[in-house]
Unconditional design. Structure first.
Lengths: 633, 177
């Protein structure tokens, strides 16, 4: 042992180079260091390597016996290096945890013990705990805890970066495993902010797995575990009392001395968690749906179901698995979003109104009992809907049998801009009765809509659709410029952005096509789809002419690709600025509606940006004909 | 000039006593120009006077709706091209135009005008009504006319403009794709 140490000390540079190239050897070397006698030397050696060997100093994390402050420093400076080597990262995380965890375990036990002592209850400490408290004061333990959390944060940064940059399935899986281990630690010790951050990192890692086309569908199960963690954590934190160890930045929030403000802060954080998780789940569900769809298409194209051979069987099995996982994810989302309709009703209704309101319950229940599946953002519109319907029901004559009129439950669906509630007709009932109901509903809507901004769409013969615009939402959008206007495109239906040499744009008649992968896809003009050309008048004409001149001089064409009705369509834009998270406001109620316009957002320079879902810009006819007759005429 | 106008407006509303002016049947109007035409609008319907700034074009074909602007920091307000409604030709580019933000109940929208000239107190009895078709073409957005020795000032009816541009049929999308 001493010989090897001496060797390293004498020719430390060469030795270190070799260590760096051979993890196994480095690991053995560290084990020697852990033997304990040379701790001071290891620390100084670590610092020396930190200065001299930038490319390999990440490996010094192997020195699990290093002072935690040094580890933090190393991690801080090596996040990028670490993120490129997922395998090393996994080993590092594992090795470091084993050491640090033991120490923290004592600290947590120590904190509990000291609390109990305050309450004058005798505690039987283990020998190990006693040893620890003989040498560590409470302030030191808090300091260590803070350092531990900081270090974990550094790991998290590295892991998140690694998740983003992972290019192979193995790397993505490694990172995923590391993040999960970290999540466990964060949940166990109640590092809430870290927990939230890791949750995001886990989402990124999941997406990396999907993007590598080797999506481990067990990720759904992992997500379920994670959801359980989140819920447990949130519910524990919201329970008053000092039994939990939920903390923000190393400060225990929920102890016997917890304050209202800290509780409020935590509640806020948990809401943020929920929103973030909501987004992540929605994206995963989107991926899965795409998978299911592509499988369906594949099966259809190759007539697999008719062949009856092994390939067909495998296909069926995979397809079934995909569907099952999609359903699981959907149920997961339902579980997370569900709100208690009874609570909502009791808030909405009072006294005599409530009896009518309860009549609504059977029509609102899409899922179990009195719980209805609705995203958190839609709770307010749902409340409005219920208020509206209660008022409407109260106006109906007592003899009017609402229950017998509706065949199916009132159904909810959320779009970006609105929550839809559809009522379908009971075919067994007379259309006369239904038309009367529809007329009354329309009249009521007309009367009420000045405040509630409801929109009634559809014909009495096919049912009714009530549309409740969402007032405010936050969404990820791609900011582009078109005809001199800044337009935010909802990323939900966007597939890709691209740039092509203008000479490669093909023209067939009046239609244009851009090359994409192995084929070509139709190209539409975003400014035409939004009718910017024709709407610009008088004063703006000059600016527009200048803009056109500028565009005509350009040699490149920027475009975004969207999936519209399972077809890829390219939209020509002038410039792509990049993705941005934006607060989307509902349109002022006097502003006319435009198909595809989700809302508006105010940019930093106080300009208004339109938030658009390009998939809704073109009708099926326009898609077929490639024309804009409806909007441009 | 706009700041001066703001100050004048506030002074009038506060120190001089805006309500008293109304009671004494002297109504304050804001005088402004669209093209070569001088026009008036009742000051009590004005919420804000500002430069037109950067107007975001609204998609679709709306004859009079020029676009959207941000007022008071975070309110998104539709802007109506008054010149288009009156069949006049604007003499200024959008960058140099002014916006009169008016309110009808809780609803607000902007009127795009060329310039704001100042305040004009007019006794109510001097306003002549029923000049609805002053600008021809069946456009009925003028509630009355004030004449002095030199010129004629049509008074714009904000409610009529609101009805014309933001009528019920246009308010919501009635077809679902």
């Amino acid at each position: 042992m001493s010989v090897e140490l001496k060797f390293v000390r004498e020719s430390e540079l060469e030795a270190w180079e070799r260590c760096a190239q051979q993890y196994q050897y480095a690991y053995a070397f560290i084990r020697l260091g852990e033997a304990g006698e040379e701790r001071a030397w290891i620390n100084s050696f670590g610092e020396l390597a930190l200065e001299r060997h930038a490319e390999h100093r990440a490996l010094f994390v192997f020195f699990s016996d290093l002072e935690i402050s040094i580890v933090t420093k190393i991690l801080d400076q090596n996040v990028r290096a670490l993120s490129k080597d997922a395998a090393a990262l996994e080993v590092i995380v594992g090795a470091w945890f084993r050491s640090a965890e033991d120490k923290l375990e004592h600290l947590v036990l120590g904190s509990e013990a000291s609390t109990v002592e305050v309450e004058s209850v005798p505690v039987q400490k283990s020998q190990m705990e006693s040893d620890f408290f003989n040498t560590t004061t409470q302030s030191e333990s808090v300091e260590y805890r803070a350092l531990y959390e900081t270090t974990l944060k550094q790991f998290s940064h590295a892991l998140r970066a690694a998740a983003t940059e992972s290019e192979t399935v193995e790397a993505a899986e490694n990172v995923y495993a590391c993040i999960q281990a970290m999540l466990n630690v964060a949940a166990q010790h109640g590092f809430l902010k870290l927990f939230l951050y890791l949750q995001d990192a886990l989402g990124v890692a999941s997406e990396a797995l999907v993007e590598n086309e080797q999506f481990d569908y067990n990720v759904i199960e992992k997500l379920r575990d994670f959801l359980t963690y989140t819920k447990a954590l949130v519910s524990a934190a919201l329970t008053e009392g000092g039994e939990t160890h939920v903390s923000l930045d190393s400060q225990v929030l929920f102890s016997t001395q917890s304050t209202a403000s800290s509780a409020e802060e935590f509640r806020h954080s948990s809401v943020e968690t929920q929103r973030s998780f909501e987004k992540r789940l929605a994206r995963l569900a989107g991926y899965l749906r795409i998978d299911v769809q592509s499988f369906k298409d594949f099966g259809k194209d190759n007539a697999l179901s008719e062949r009856g051979d092994d390939a067909a069987e495998r296909f069926e099995a995979t397809f079934a698995r995909l569907e099952r996982h999609t359903n699981e994810l959907q149920s997961l989302m339902s579980d997370f979003y569900s709100v208690n309709l009874n609570d909502l009703l009791s808030q909405s209704a009072n006294g005599t109104v409530f009896s009518r309101a309860t009549a609504l319950l059977p029509f609102c229940c899409e899922i179990e009992g009195d719980r209805v599946c609705v995203p958190s953002i839609a709770v307010q519109p749902l409340q409005k809907c219920i208020d509206f319907l209660i008022q409407f029901l109260n106006r109906l004559p007592d003899s009017f049998n609402f229950a017998h009129l509706i065949e199916e439950p009132l159904r909810f669906s959320l779009r970006r801009s609105a929550v839809d509630f559809s009522i379908s007709v009971a075919h067994s009932n007379g259309s006369e009765h239904w038309q009367m109901f529809a007329r009354l509903l329309r009249e009521h809507l007309k009367h009420e809509s000045s405040d509630s901004r409801l929109v009634l769409i559809g014909q009495p013969s096919s049912g009714l659709l009530l549309k409740f615009p969402v007032d405010l939402s936050i969404s990820q959008n791609l900011l582009v410029e078109s005809a001199g206007e800044c337009v935010a495109l909802s990323v939900r239906t966007l597939v890709e952005t691209g740039r092509v040499d203008l000479q490669r744009v093909q023209k067939i008649g009046s239609k244009r096509f851009v090359p994409f992968r192995d084929g070509v896809i139709p190209l539409h003009s975003l400014s035409q789809a939004l009718s910017f050309n024709s709407s610009r008048k008088s004063n703006a004409l000059r600016d527009f002419a200048e803009h056109e001149k500028f565009v005509s001089q350009s040699k490149w064409l920027d475009f975004v690709i969207a999936k519209v009705s399972n077809e890829l369509i390219a939209f020509e834009v002038d410039e792509v600025f990049g993705q941005r998270e934006m607060v989307v406001r509902d349109l002022n109620k006097i502003i006319p509606r435009f198909s595809g316009l989700l809302g508006v957002s105010v940019l930093d320079d106080e300009r208004v940006s339109l938030v658009v879902d390009v998939s809704q810009l073109l009708t099926s006819d326009e898609l077929r004909r490639g024309e804009y007759a409806r909007k441009a005429s | 000039m706009l700041e001066k106008l703001h100050n004048q407006t506030n002074e009038l509303k506060g120190a001089v006593g805006f309500d008293e002016c109304l009671n004494s049947e002297v109504v304050q109007y804001i005088r402004y120009c669209v093209g070569l035409q001088d026009l008036l609008i009742r000051i009590d319907s004005i919420v804000q006077v500002s430069g037109a700034g950067r107007i975001t074009t609204f998609p679709g074909n709306h004859q009079y709706l020029r676009g959207l602007i941000v007022t008071r920091g975070d309110e998104v307000t539709p802007v109506v091209n008054l010149a288009e409604i009156l069949g006049l030709t604007s003499q200024k580019t959008a960058d140099h135009q002014c916006c009169l933000v008016v309110a009808i109940g809780d609803e607000r929208f902007g009127l795009l005008v060329d310039s704001v000239e100042g305040l004009l107190p007019i006794e109510a009895t001097l306003v002549e009504h029923s000049h609805n078709d002053l600008f021809g073409g069946g456009v009925s957005v003028v509630s009355g006319v004030f004449k002095d020795s030199e010129s004629v000032f049509p008074i714009i009816d904000v409610k009529a403009i609101f009805q014309m541009v933001f009528s019920g049929e246009n308010r919501y999308e009635h077809t679902a794709h």
